[in-house]
Write a protein that binds this ligand. Structure first.
Ligand code: NAP
Length: 308
């Protein structure tokens, strides 16, 4: 049986791995379908302390991974789809494989939310609809694209896309961005970015070959619909926590975020079971806060094991 199993290799999971590794707990880190988590699809991380010039997300996560490995963290690919608690033993099921641990740190992060409008699913991935400008932006060189959303992600994606695309229309359902002031100012003042305010997307339209040709938006004030021609539609409307597998074992709120025990950010109602990062935090959702929670969860796991 493992002392500590950590689920997830984003900022929270890898920070927990560094701390439990340094505590000689020999953590086993299970990584799912997106090793390195959401930051691997971010262009530039400008606000993580210690990097005055910024750092690209992939390099940062690769560094964290190597840092944890240096202290003994072991990595395995496994998508855990069910957990069970039997006394002090935590069982994690990943297909045919069963892992057993004394403590578990869930740091499974979140995945992009989609609009759920006609055409979106049909053209997703390769036919013009995507959630990752860093991954797909270069395919839209000299083309017109849209970004949907009004938060920091949407502003960041739109700014990134100006490197390649001829025009970026930022579609937002209100008349004010939710993004931080600095990101909002950069986006709204960029000569290649056009704002479509009070515009709610209702459909993605295909050309004759089945590729994206326009997004239909409805004016939220007048109700009028219009088409915004584009070859690419980048959806950046927030995230859904990856917590389905804890159903019935850990408490979750209506949006799927794991609910921590009162008075703690990372303890759950089950002894020895901790949660950290974007699967539990719906307020801050930053790389640095996820890392901080990973650290807290690791220290709590270490203390709990010492008490046993
Ligand atoms: P977010 O802040 O939750 O923003 C989601 C945006 O999508 C909102 O503007 C929301 O509109 C819009 N939206 C949601 N559902 C929609 C729908 N069905 N149709 C149309 N629009 C919809 O998410 P985020 O931008 O991904 O950011 C998440 C967190 O990460 C935030 O804390 C953010 O600060 C952080 N972040 C930071 C950076 C950075 O600092 N460089 C970069 C990326 C993300 P409303 O505004 O009307 O609700």
């Amino acid at each position: 049986m493992e002392d500590v199993i950590i689920l997830g290799t984003g900022c929270a999971g890898l920070t927990a791995a560094i701390y439990t590794g340094r505590a000689q707990l020999n953590p086993l880190v299970l990584e799912g379908s997106q090793p390195g988590g959401q930051l691997t699809t971010t262009s530039e991380v400008e606000n993580f302390p210690g990097f005055p010039e910024g750092i690209d997300g992939y390099t940062m996560m690769d560094n964290l991974r190597k840092q944890a490995a240096r202290f003994g963290a072991r990595y395995e690919h496994a998508k855990v789809d069910k957990i069970e608690l039997e006394g002090d033993v935590k069982k994690l099921y990943a297909g045919d494989k069963v892992y057993e641990a004394k403590t578990v740190i869930v740091a499974t992060g979140a995945r992009p939310r989609l609009l759920g409008i006609p055409g979106e699913k049909e053209m997703f991935g390769g036919k013009g609809v995507t959630t990752c400008a860093t991954c797909d932006g270069a395919f839209y060189r000299d083309m017109d694209v849209v970004v949907v959303g009004g938060g920091d992600s949407a502003a960041e994606e739109a700014l990134f896309l100006t490197r390649f695309c001829s025009k970026v229309t930022l579609i937002h359902r209100r008349d004010e961005l939710r993004a931080s002031q600095i990101m909002a100012d950069r986006a709204t003042s960029h000569p290649k970015i056009e704002m479509a305010w009070n515009a709610a997307p209702t459909e993605v339209l295909a050309d004759e070959q089945g590729f994206t040709r326009a997004v239909v938006v409805k004016d939220t004030i007048t109700g009028e619909e219009r088409e915004i021609p584009c070859k690419g539609a980048f959806i950046a409307i927030g995230h859904i926590p990856n917590t389905d597998f804890v159903e019935g074992v850990l408490d979750r709120d209506g949006d799927g975020y794991i609910i921590p025990e009162a008075g703690s950010q990372v303890k759950t109602k089950h002894e020895g079971f901790f949660a950290a990062g974007d699967c539990v935090d719906h307020v801050y959702r930053q790389a640095i806060t996820a890392a901080g929670m990973g650290c807290q969860a690791a220290i709590e796991a270490e203390r709990w094991l010492a008490e046993q």
